[in-house]
Design a protein around this ligand. Sequence first.
Ligand code: F6P
Length: 345
Amino acid sequence: MKKRIGILTGGGDCPGLNPAIRGCVMRAQDFGYECVGFIEGWKGLVTGATMPLKLTDVESIINRGGTVLGTSRTNPFKKEKEGAVKDSVKNFKKLGLEALVAMGGEDTLGVAAQFYKEYKLPMVGVPKTMDNDLSATDFTFGFDTATTVAVDAAERLKDTGRSHRRIMVLEVMGRHAGWVALYTAIAAAADWVCLPEEPVDVKGMCAHLKVAHARNKVALVVASEAVTIPGEDLGKEELDDFGHMLLKKRGVAERLSALIEKETKIECRSAVIGHIQRGGAPTLFDRILGTRAGVKAAELVQAKKFGNMVALRGNEVVPVSLKEATAKLKVVSKDWIRFAHIFFK
Ligand code: F6P
């Protein structure tokens, strides 16, 4: 039997995953491995649902958004009582895997770290997330595409804002990290950004928007989905398998828009781009980063450097331990907030 590597993609899909799968499979072939894909993340390992990943399955997927393997937010360790962890280990062994390459964000990589530490399963991690919130890597693929889409949405909103002399509010994703909102706001020449890292300064924002509007500039606000508006109580939020808020009912843009209109007496409209940010063809940056990450993952397997995640440090793709990779979230730093305040006072 040929040496075999398993590959899975977990958590939210994002552009760059298919280039990463392709890179991993094509490099693995150089070392004489065949690859098998687990369907829908950790759920595939738990149930043993797999699909072949041959050259012909992956060679043309570099331009496709999403993930050909499917994904889920399944956490086998949460379902330990139902034997999910035991089944995962059993399936890993039954398939005769030499290693598993887990592509995902902090949750997926956290599961990989746990399997590696507690069950000695040979794991290699590949970081992905449109949120760009993994601290061990400079960038994750998915972020560049998502932010490029968000900037395009902001530019379109500005056309309406300019034509109707309205204030426009755009809500973007990012969960507990404001990177998508911050980069979008700066790149789209917005007038205010609301980040989850700091409570919204409603008075300061409205005063600034009034001034911008008065000099005929399109006043644009970019808000991250998980921001806190002082004085609001949203009650209990639904949680996923990993204990994260699902943020389904947030609609922060709509609430901010009503607030701004009330405060400034200027007509205001809002829009939420939601999952549109996560779809579509990966940008050049995400194609290259995804490909490099996938290739490096196969090289780490070949070198038996398990328990590591591939990370972009400067312009190098290097291994860092899964433990370090999942230790803490990368939220918008004080330096970046200071930088943002040059434009959003
Ligand atoms: O983590 C990526 C992300 O897109 C977040 O920005 C967002 O809060 C979340 O996933 C949405 O998750 P789902 O696709 O499960 O609704």
